[in-house]
Write a protein that binds this ligand. Sequence first.
Ligand code: HEM
Length: 414
Amino acid sequence: MGGIRAMDSVAETNARRPEPGWYGADPTRDELKDDPHDAYRQLRERQPVNLTPQGEWRLSRYADVQELLKHSHGGVRDLNGVIPGETAEASAASRFMLRLDPPDHDRIRNLVNKAFTPRALASIRPAVEPMVEAELDRVTRHGEMDIVADLALAVPAAAMCVMLGVPFDDRHRLARLVSLATYRLAIHAFPHLARECEAAITELAVYMHALIEQRRRRPTDDILGLLVNAEESGDRLSTDELLQQSIGLLIAGLETTIGLIANGMRCFSRHPAQWDRLGANPQLAPLAVDECLRFDPSIPVTRRILWRDTEFGGYVIPANATVFAILIAANRDPQVFSAPDHFDIARREARHCSFGGGIHFCLGSHLARMDAEIAFTAMARRFARVEVDEAAIEWAPSLFRVPGKMPAVLRPRT
Ligand code: HEM
């Protein structure tokens, strides 16, 4: 009897489907960029294992997000090895690690990882800091600035130049090309930018190709130089793989870091007591960066395709389904974070989900944290208050939560 009942309940679980809907969190709504947290709280509370009207699944509880990213049987391609939304040909040609499953992913990630040595990363800070100071001297003279152009973009763009071993003067051109190239990730949503995006990728490829050839002739110890010469058991990246990784790294690292720094400065503008705390305790900067990442992340979701039927919260999600991990909702799950809607730069709790998880965990997390620390500490040393003009914020037409413009008034320390 017990066996039959158990079989019945397995069959019931397999047959159960949540009622499809957006449950307050429709990502196509523009307002969700500016203020997404209430919508994602509703989703987490009303239907934590969510089936969207488009037939995709979304998980918003911390435990489910961690389970999906770290332990489920799945990857970034479907059971036919195709990236959802792309053709088989485009998928076959796509070699950036975030778009590959093992064993290809692991081989490429291991080789790229060899270039992100502690020494190569440590060389970025002393090169970037003086440049940021000089930029701030110049732009803040009149007591106001655009947080995006003058800080959030300036820092990672300078770090990018150090990584590639190119002069700082190239940063504006590079940043423009990388921003345009980023639309490739979801060009179907921005068809009017398709030509500009492809032209930017071609220009970037020509630029990077020349740098790679130079480093083949004369090895350098910048990150690109280490990448060109990275080797494991006689295995190296081919020229096409090198190009795709180096352009992919720029795309993965620029807009995301702009978002971290700009959204973080907005949090500080809204929570002046926490800004005072950082000013008085600069050693809190690393924790403050992580709190900004938790509280207002620039990448709200990441995606996996399940390779076998898998149960989440009493529902069986079928093999080959696309499942989104809602990082932004998991970061405020009250089961894991106390007073999750409270911005507290000294919080020491579970790790937030903003860098994803499992084998695709962000490879640039140290670099992103370092960039944000440089930005926040330079600003906190100079200014007693940074007041963002909320009404004048413009969101970039980006896939991520990245502001395009964020004017602010500055009150210098006396
Ligand atoms: C605040 C800044 C950043 C955020 C929020 C961020 C976030 C993420 C997320 C969510 C993923 C996907 C993880 C997953 O699906 O499990 C990812 C992957 C990745 N990120 Fe970042 N990232 C940032 C900065 C950077 C930087 C600066 C770099 C490098 C220059 C970088 C390089 C990568 C790479 C290479 C991957 C793919 C790793 C793999 O597939 O194995 N990211 N990042």
